[in-house]
Design a protein around this ligand. Structure first.
Ligand SMILES: NC(=O)c1ccc[n+]([C@@H]2O[C@H](COP(=O)([O-])OP(=O)(O)OC[C@H]3O[C@@H](n4cnc5c(N)ncnc54)[C@H](OP(=O)(O)O)[C@@H]3O)[C@@H](O)[C@H]2O)c1
Length: 368
C-alpha cells in the first residue's frame, strides 16, 4: 500500500491534514522537527512518527529513505524555510512531493528542481491548497474557453481570518510588496498596486492586486503571459496595504519583524471548526485578448479556504499515489490533475460561465 509522510503534522493545517489522511485510509507517517509534539500526536492518532529537522539535506534524505514513503505532503510553513530542503530530500530519495504554499518565490524555486525531479522520476506539486487549486483550475478552464488569451485576471472574495501560521508566513514576506506577471516575467510591484471593481457572484466589490501563488501557477498551467491576482478587501485594509509601501523598509527590520511574530503568537490557533463549516469563498476569473473585445468570465464557489486546503492537498496526494500516469517533474495543480480537479472537491460549485461578455468595456485596473 502507498504511504505519505505529512511534514509539520502537528501544526494547525498539518493536524487537520493528518486526520484527513487517516479518514481516507491512507497509510500516514507523522513528522516534524519537534520530537515531543510528534510523539504526542503519535500517541493520539496511533500512527508512526519521525522527528527530523531540515537543516541538513543528508539527514532529510536519510529520514525519507528510512520512512519508506512514496510521497511527502509538506504542511510546514513559512515554506520559504521548508520547501527546498524537503524537495531536495524527495528528489534524492525518489519520493513525490506536495505542499500547500501560496508563496510565489517558493513556487518559483520548486520549479527550478523540474529537470532534476524529472531525471529522478519524481513529481513535485507545490501550491495544492486553497491558494492555488481553485484559481489555477479556473485559469485552465478560462484558457480552454479562450485559447488565444493574452491576459488573465483572477480574484478571490473570502472574509476569513487567517491562522497564526498564515500570519507568520505573511510577516516573513512582508517587505516583498506585490507581484504580477507581465510578458511571462514576474514583476515586483507595490502592495495593492491596482484596484478593480469585481463582481464575484454576490455583488460588486473593490479588490486590489495581491501576490498570490496563482501569479506563478496560472502562468505555468496556461502559458498566458500576463497574470494578475486580486483579493476583495474592505476600505481600511486597502488603506493599510497602501501604507505598507512606505512602511515596508521599517517592517522588514529584524526587531520589528520579531515583534510582529510575537504579536501574531497572541492570535488564537486558527479558525474554529464551527466557522470553517460555515464560510464560503467566491472566486472570479477573466481571460482576455489585449487590445480586442475578446473576453470571457467564469466563477466558482467553494467552502472555507482551510476546508479546501485540507481536501485539495489530501486529494492531490491520493491521486499522485494512485495514478501512475501523472508526469514527473514540476507540475501545477491543474497541470497535474486537470481543470476539473477543483470540481471534485467537496462542496465546490462551478464553473459558472458568463455566456455573453459583460456589457460595455471591461472594467479597467486603476492605480491605487
Ligand atoms: N495554500 C493555502 O491556501 C494555505 C492555506 C492555509 C495555510 N497555508 C500555509 O500553511 C502554512 C502552515 O499554516 P498553519 O496554520 O498550519 O501554521 P502553524 O500552525 O504555525 O504550523 C506550522 C508548522 O510548520 C512547522 N515549521 C515551521 N517552520 C519550520 C521549519 N523551519 N522547520 C521545520 N518545521 C517548521 C511548525 O513546527 P514548529 O512548531 O516546530 O515550528 C508547525 O508544525 C503557513 O505557511 C500558511 O500560510 C496555506
Amino acid at each position: 500500500m502507498s504511504s505519505v509522510l505529512v511534514y509539520g503534522s502537528y501544526g494547525f493545517v498539518g493536524s487537520l491534514v493528518a486526520r484527513e489522511t487517516i479518514e481516507r485510509d491512507l497509510e500516514v507517517v507523522l513528522a516534524g522537527r519537534d520530537g515531543a509534539r510528534v510523539a504526542e500526536q503519535v500517541d493520539d492518532l496511533g500512527r508512526p512518527g519521525r522527528r527530523f529537522a531540515l537543516d541538513d539535506p543528508d539527514v532529510v534524505t536519510a529520514a525519507l529513505e528510512g520512512a519508506g514513503v512514496d510521497c511527502v505532503l509538506n504542511c510546514a510553513g513559512p515554506f520559504s524555510n521548508t520547501a527546498e530542503p524537503l524537495v531536495e530530500g524527495c528528489v534524492r530519495s525518489g519520493t513525490d512531493y506536495v505542499d500547500i504554499t501560496g508563496e510565489i518565490p517558493v513556487i518559483e524555486r520548486v520549479r527550478e528542481w523540474d529537470q532534476r525531479a524529472t531525471e529522478a522520476g519524481v513529481t513535485l506539486v507545490p501550491a495544492a491548497g486553497f491558494s492555488a487549486v481553485p484559481l489555477d483550475c479556473l485559469a485552465a478552464h478560462l484558457s480552454d474557453r479562450l485559447p488565444e488569451a493574452t491576459a488573465l485576471a483572477l480574484g478571490v472574495d473570502s472574509r476569513r481570518p487567517p491562522s497564526i501560521g498564515t500570519v507568520r508566513t505573511a510577516i516573513e514576506g512582508i517587505e516583498d510588496g506585490g507581484a504580477v506577471r507581465r510578458e511571462g516575467r514576474l514583476e515586483y510591484v507595490p502592495a495593492a498596486w491596482r484596484t478593480r471593481r469585481i463582481d464575484f457572484g454576490r455583488g460588486t466589490r473593490s479588490a486590489v492586486t495581491v501576490p498570490m501563488g496563482e501569479v506563478s501557477t496560472a502562468h505555468y498551467t496556461t502559458g498566458v503571459p500576463d497574470v494578475a491576482a486580486y483579493a476583495a478587501v474592505p476600505q481600511p485594509a486597502r488603506l493599510a496595504l497602501r501604507l505598507h509601501r512606505y512602511l515596508a523598509p521599517l517592517l522588514a527590520t529584524t526587531p520589528v519583524r520579531a515583534g510582529l511574530k510575537r504579536l501574531a503568537g497572541l492570535v488564537r490557533d486558527g479558525p474554529s471548526s464551527w466557522s470553517r463549516k460555515r464560510a464560503t469563498a467566491y472566486l472570479w476569473g477573466e481571460a482576455r485578448v489585449e487590445h480586442t473585445d475578446a473576453r470571457v468570465v467564469s466563477r466558482l464557489r467553494t467552502p472555507d479556504p482551510y476546508v479546501v486546503t485540507v481536501d485539495a492537498a489530501v486529494t492531490a496526494t491520493e491521486r499522485l499515489l494512485a495514478d501512475g500516469r501523472i508526469e514527473d517533474g514540476f507540475r501545477t495543480p491543474a497541470g497535474a490533475f486537470g481543470s476539473g480537479f477543483v470540481l471534485d472537491l467537496e462542496g465546490v460549485a462551478g464553473f459558472f460561465d458568463e455566456s455573453t461578455p459583460e456589457s460595455g468595456a471591461p472594467e479597467v485596473d486603476v492605480p491605487s
